[in-house]
Design a protein around this ligand. Structure first.
Ligand SMILES: [Zn+2]
Ligand SMILES: [Zn+2]
Ligand SMILES: [Zn+2]
Ligand SMILES: [Zn+2]
Ligand SMILES: [Zn+2]
Ligand SMILES: [Zn+2]
Length: 481
């Protein structure tokens, strides 16, 4: 049946990518769930000799097939997304809306088990899919196939796991890695990039790709049905250590790992673009790079040096990924604002020759933020290199839950549309001394609760405690008023 239906370029592309296996497994699961139950066999015997009532099975199936939006369960007429756990009804258009919102192109029609391609606007077929369908629901026999399904095949994802409340297993001093991963997973803009868009994953065929391994972590985080903590991919850990051994020193720093990931995202993006035949990608500047890193993290600093002899101003713009703020010479009871004041404070340049008049007028130099992106990352420089070790500065700094940057913006950006208000959503905290330290991360969830992830242990933290937590890294996202 349906053999005459054609394949389409979109599904072919997916089935030729390394996502193939995952897609086929998901497809088989979906077909099994949508398969009708033969009520005349009131009980079915499972492999372990226990029995399972048909009513119970129907109940589980009905539950698993409820529309994620309106909870409507039209047993034979819902669309099961192939790329995430979403179920969309057809009656209220929630299946189509899901495609519109998330660009998830393929859905399985629960009635006939066929895949619908939203880009082609038609049902499609493919040999591999056809084989699976024939195996699961043979049309010749009226008898239902013997099934070894147990109830756990039909679980819908738990609410909590959908919100991503999972900790990581610590594979021995990898807490700096898991802390950073939590800040990525709970960033709604990155969730959109990784979880709601498979563009990179479908097109990339490099087996040791960091972007793909982060993509997998996102998928596992938001789709797996249990709330157990889970491990990171070995690839991620191995490539980091390989990278570290190349640079030659041992300290495991969360900020360095964060920079490493951002750098890899950009490199993977460039590689894919040039593989896909785009010319001259490496000639692009950071301003027009649309990789995850540059789209969401890149900002600019403006430095102004005014010569008092000839009144000329030298203006320099430098790209930044985050703000690294010094913690020395701060007043008591400092906040992040004090660090920003210090950072942007005018300084006198003693050895500076003006490029216009060639004189040294000991000009003043000032630093301002010229452009900020949707994520503002701040590193409080708690670790200082001292001969051949690091020392840690534990000075308490208060973290405002909302940050107003208007005092620190350049004239250009103040007139432009650069955002001024940022909302704190993640803090990475380093506990203990430099060598025996441990990282934990605090995250603000979508329903405004603060959670502390200490490896695989998750606890609730009252919001009023957040401002006084002594953080190492702060992650703010733009707050649209
Ligand atoms: Zn619906
Ligand atoms: Zn989906
Ligand atoms: Zn198509
Ligand atoms: Zn990749
Ligand atoms: Zn880039
Ligand atoms: Zn001058």
């Amino acid at each position: 049946m349906f053999e005459d239906l054609g394949s389409c370029q979109h599904i072919r592309q997916v089935l030729n990518s390394k996502a193939r296996e995952n897609v086929l497994i998901t497809y088989k699961q979906a077909i099994k769930i949508a398969l009708l139950v033969n009520k005349s066999n009131n009980f079915r015997l499972l492999k372990d000799n226990s029995s399972f009532s048909a009513d119970k099975l129907i109940e589980l199936k009905l539950n698993a097939l409820k529309c994620s939006n309106c909870k409507l369960c039209n047993f034979n007429n819902n669309l099961i997304c192939l790329q995430c756990p979403n179920i969309g009804c057809q009656i209220n258009n929630h299946g189509y809306n899901h495609y519109k919102l998330n660009q998830h192109v393929f859905a399985i029609d629960s009635e006939n088990g066929l895949i619908y391609c939203f880009k082609c606007n038609t049902y499609i077929n493919d040999k591999a899919l056809n084989d699976i369908r024939n195996e699961v629901r043979p049309e010749s026999s009226l008898e239902l196939p013997e099934s070894d399904d147990t109830s756990d095949h039909y679980d819908t994802p738990e609410e909590t796991s959908i919100r991503g409340l999972k900790g990581f297993v610590n594979f021995g001093s990898t807490c700096f890695i898991s802390s950073i991963l939590q800040t990525l997973i709970h960033n709604p803009m990155l969730k959109r990039e990784f979880f709601n868009s498979d563009e990179h994953y479908f097109n990339c065929d490099v087996s040791e790709c960091i972007t793909c391994s982060i993509d997998k972590i996102f998928t596992e985080f938001f789709t797996s049905s249990n709330n157990d903590s889970f491990g990171m991919t070995n690839l991620l850990i191995n490539s980091w250590y390989k990278n570290k051994s190349l640079t030659g020193y041992e300290e495991q720093d969360a900020h360095e790992f964060w920079q490493y990931l951002l750098n890899e995202f950009h490199k993977d993006h460039m590689r894919l673009k040039s593989d896909m035949g785009e010319n001259d990608v490496f000639g692009h500047t950071y301003e027009d790079c649309d990789c995850i890193t540059h789209k969401h993290f890149a900002g600019e600093l403006e430095s102004l040096i005014m010569c008092s002899d000839c009144d000329n101003t030298t203006r320099t713009i430098d790209p930044i990924m985050d703000l690294s703020l010094e913690l020395t010479n701060l007043p008591d009871h400092s906040t992040v604002y004090d660090c920003l004041n210090l950072f942007t404070k005018e300084e006198t340049l003693e050895n500076y020759k003006c490029q216009f008049c060639n004189k040294n007028s000991k000009p003043k130099k000032s630093l301002k933020i010229n452009k900020m992106s949707s994520v503002l990352s701040i590193q409080l420089k708690r670790f200082k290199h001292n001969v051949n070790s690091f020392i840690k500065n534990d000075i308490p700094i208060r973290n405002p839950l909302y940050l107003n940057l208007s005092d620190y913006l350049s004239q250009d950006s103040n007139e432009g549309s650069t955002n001024q208000f940022y909302e704190l959503f993640a803090l990475v905290v380093h506990i203990g001394s430099v060598n025996t330290g441990h990282y934990v991360v605090l995250i603000k969830t979508e329903n405004n609760q603060w959670l502390k992830f200490d490896d695989s242990i998750i606890t609730l933290v009252p919001q009023q405690e957040i401002e006084s937590i002594n953080a190492y890294l702060l992650f703010y996202m733009v707050h649209n008023i």
